[in-house]
Design a protein around this ligand. Sequence first.
Ligand SMILES: [Zn+2]
Length: 583
Amino acid sequence: MKKALILLTFLSAYIALTAQNQWITYYEASDYLETPRYDETIDYCKRLDTGSNMVTYTTFGVSPQGRDLPLVILDKDGLSSPGEIRNQGRIILLVQCCIHPGESEGKDAMLMLLRDFAIYGEEEHLLDDVSLMVIPVFNVDGHERFGPYNRINQNGPKEMGWRVTAQNYNLNRDFLKADAPEMQDWLKLYNNWLPEFFIDCHTTDGADYQYVITYALETFGNMDPHITEWVNNAYEPEITKQMFDLNFPVFRYVSFRQWHNPKSGLYSHASPPMLSQGYTAIRNRPGLLIETHMLKPYKPRVESTYHMVLETMKILQKEKNILTEAIQKADEFCISGDIARHPLPVKFDTDMSDSVMVEFLGVEYEMFESDITNGVWYKYDSTKPATFTLPMFDKPVISETVNLPKAYIIPVEWTEVIDRIKAHGIDYNVIREDTEYTVESYRFSNPRWSNRPYENHMRLQQYDMEDMTENRVYPAGSILIHTNQQAARAIAHILEPRASDSYLSWGFFNPVFEQKEYSETYVMEPMAKKMLEENPDIKAAFDKRVEENPEWLKNQWGVMNWFYHQTPWGDPKYMVYPVGKIY
Ligand SMILES: [Zn+2]
């Protein structure tokens, strides 16, 4: 009997241990040094789905190399659609991992967090108010370009994925232009769910300091003021305090005025919408960028990521109603069309003449002259923590504003742009027959491009622009985009040339800058002479140009081409924005 009892005790302990063991993640089993491959990650997510009624494993697209884009939804009642979840009074947090697969803390932290909720029942009360969506690996193809040599600056894990997609796109530059198929799938998912809060997990490069984890929040004016106020007054002080209490002091993700040199001063700036938290900001949703520090060991990096997400859930539970209200106000401001009645800022700079002093937890460092180059290099001593009092430049200056029209109209032939508009989930109407509109638009001059591709685009870097009003016939199939909708800010950022990541700046409209017809100089010479004699406006414009730049006359073709553009043969669409604005 006694023997049987001992055996039984042993057996139940063994079963309990095996039950625990089956939920140990790959990362934990590796003594916190390794991160799992794609297949192991998916397998674990599927087991969570089988093992818990609260977890749903699903996919939201397929990568160019044919891998599913995985999504795990954790909801108290096992619900898996935004409508059902919100009907239960819950808000939704989306956590995205491995957009840069070499930066894998998010994935390892989230597999543990999902398990701790769903299998171990830890902190279950948070799920009364918050449901969690996790993308364990976003850049799935890049993730499988796996090896030990993918992040030279980084202290583990042992092997990791590669930064960009199989098509060499950096997904964290692609949120607005949406070139990558993965991003187009993500945008559909995002637009369908519009999660109340978003977290994007990364690992930083750069100088050494004490912080294991830093973060960025868009509070520089690119987001609705109601939500910005909530982030500034409720979320940020709270997360800072809670992380400090957990022994993970946090600081804003900043740049140094002099590269590698914290003592030179700190600055930060508005996030353009090509970046994840910049994009969610213009969709009226707060986004948090997490940047763990690459020189810290992998374990505290994963732990701090875990806590940043968990503590955010605690804040979201407490702040659910206030945040929901701020979001509703922001959406209503767009949907009602009120947004078109105020100037909308679309580009920002940082005021580098106005700073505040802050305490920064740095480490001592020395500068040396390089033995190889003329440069200076830095030796940081992480055993010597030091608190620096430094100037922080973080006051935004609005550098471009626009007045939103009632509607934009895009001609049917600009298919690439129209496809992207659809990917963003922006509402539009297709015009059924050729229609004449009086539109405002822009005429460009003096364009200059970057001299090499960036993210597969030859970006338009400089140009001059003047307003124009004209009657244009837009062909059937052209799309009319009314700005009184939830995505109003995104529409402006895509279509207003001066916005920081506008499609014009990305080069989507480069063909309009190409001259396709021209005159022979011998055809133009007598015509030009006649124009100077008979047209005083042309004569005055010509004289002004010569006076401003006498050298111009040496450029025979250029001068004659200028006259060509003054004739009725000149192309009226040359350097003219095809998109019209209807006020
Ligand atoms: Zn990153």
